[in-house]
Design a protein around this ligand. Sequence first.
Ligand SMILES: [Mg+2]
Length: 267
Amino acid sequence: MPEYLFDHKHEIVEAIENADQVLLFLDYDGTLVSFKDKPNDVTTAKSVKNVLRKLIKNPKFSVFMITGRELNDIKNLLDTEGASFAALHGLQMEISDGKKFVWPNAEKSRLFLEEIKEDAFSEFKGEKGIYIEDKELTLAFHYRLLPQEKIKDAAKRFREIVEKRDDKNMLEVIKGAELLEVRPKGWNKGKATEFLLKKFAKNKNSIPIYIGDDTTDEDAFDFLKNHGTTIFVSNDSGKATSAQYWVKNPDEVLIFLKSLLDVKIKV
Ligand SMILES: [Mg+2]
């Protein structure tokens, strides 16, 4: 069971003070911002941008946005120079120095996704409450607006389309917040975090902090177990998670991030 973050703030602040570098991994939806019925309706609050900008300017912090959204989408939403991005669960990365990286297998499965997309658009055409989002390297099937009693059947039909088209078994369907998402198998936020940590941790005294709210963040929580601070965002403290700590909502995430601005820098 995770413990409430603010009951342990002293330990966390102390660890940060003693570290040479903090790699801050942040999910976006449900973590920095609250959910909206459509992902396109979301905007980043000024207060969030401000605190991120200040953290980025602080040489002790490296900020990585790690999200299911597409690269350009998250870059526009964040509107903040100097962050690094692991978009589409890390399939698409752009580092703050401008270097880009796409997981090679993601390119290979593109064709299958294209076929699934066409099938799904025609299968669910005109059905209210379903929103299919084409993210190029993944496809998201949102059912947030669908009546509860219809979700099971719609999800089953969507999964059947994927099974039919993915005869090489290159894809996987994952469950996110009120959505199913088809993505290339073998890469997830945990793998992306591992990759970024290996590449960008300056030394043994670099510490990762990961904040996320979703099942897709659990891969990262599992990877960081015992060597980082992991924070789960959920208004249900009893929800199963591999994270060490929890906070209630994006407002509490912001309070925590703001408090990092006061942490002393070791010289
Ligand atoms: Mg999220």
